[in-house]
Design a protein around this ligand. Structure first.
Ligand SMILES: [Zn+2]
Length: 302
């Protein structure tokens, strides 16, 4: 009840705020379209082991991870395939103590073609899982649309299509975990620009949803926490592409198509992404109090 009231409240507030832009009030939703519900303080009880009581019934679940700390909320989610997941939010009460050890620091710049450019010059190309599976998806989708509405054949075709999409997200997720481990093995402090997803979408179009920067950062933060490494986010308005990483000169404007530019002040040639990554590294280092890191040093050991 608590969560439902809050959801309705949120929906109405959005409607009141944006109704002039044509946003409609929240409406009735069929149970089949309802994907999740959240229990806050009451309505569930963990019975130990892998049993949980929700309402008056006891359910068994498979535990992918130990539940540590006090449980704050319990959310039940249903995927399009009809699988049920339990998401438990806990408060473990501990604050992360980050000791900045002597180690390597690096800055990273997100890009379209190159997923990540590291300040030491390494590039990680974007895996285009969606593109790879495009044919399979097209086929599954046309099979689905050919089936009679409401038939069990159509339902089977729908599930087949959903599985193709899940395939992509699983592969993407797997790649993100591997990359997160690789980077945290290599560096102790990793600096990123704060994501401005809306702005990126406007700039680059829909393609970024396939690249999933946000998901990667979430995974990276988790891995970094486990390994006692530090992820630093710098201000999203810092002009990382326009600043010369050798002397600090700031250009007036830089077009998106410019891949390389010569600094008018110190004459050094800056590759767009690497230059940005080096700047992000420098700003990141100064925000965590590593002081003024000398310019023109690609990857420095502090
Ligand atoms: Zn310069």
């Amino acid at each position: 009840m608590q969560d439902i009231c809050q959801r309705i409240e949120k929906a109405y507030q959005l409607f009141f705020k944006h109704n002039k832009k044509g946003v409609r009030p929240p409406g009735f939703r069929k149970v089949i379209k309802y994907k999740s519900f959240t229990l806050k303080q009451a309505g569930y009880k963990f019975l130990g082991g892998n049993k949980v009581k929700i309402g008056n019934r006891v359910y068994q679940f498979w535990k992918s991870r130990e539940i540590e700390g006090t449980v704050k909320t319990l959310t039940i989610k249903r995927t399009p395939l009809g699988e049920l997941f339990m998401v438990v939010v806990v408060d473990d009460g501990s604050k992360q103590e980050v000791e900045v050890k002597t180690g390597k620091i690096a800055g990273f710049d997100f890009g379209l073609k190159t997923f990540l450019t590291c300040s030491d010059g390494t590039r990680i190309e974007s895996p285009q899982f969606f593109k790879q599976s495009l044919n399979a998806i097209r086929k599954a989708s046309s099979q689905h649309s050919k089936k009679l509405k409401g038939s069990s054949n159509r339902e089977r075709a729908r599930k087949n299509l959903v599985r193709r999409y899940e395939d992509i997200s699983h592969r993407r997720r797997d790649g993100a975990w591997k990359l997160a481990h690789e980077l945290t093995d290599k560096f102790d402090i990793l600096c990123f620009e704060t994501l401005n997803l809306k702005g990126m979408q406007r700039l680059w179009g829909r393609k970024i949803s396939d690249l999933a920067f946000g998901e990667f950062l979430q995974i990276l933060e988790w891995v970094a926490k486990k390994k006692n490494k530090l992820v630093v986010f710098i201000d999203q308005w810092y002009p990382s592409s326009k600043t010369c990483s050798s002397c600090g000169h700031i250009l007036e404007i830089i077009d998106l198509s410019v891949r390389e530019w010569r600094c008018p002040s110190c004459q050094s040639v800056n590759g767009r992404d690497e230059n940005a990554a080096r700047n992000i590294q420098m700003v990141g280092a100064s925000t965590i109090g590593l002081g003024d890191v000398s310019r023109a040093v690609p990857a420095i050991a502090v």
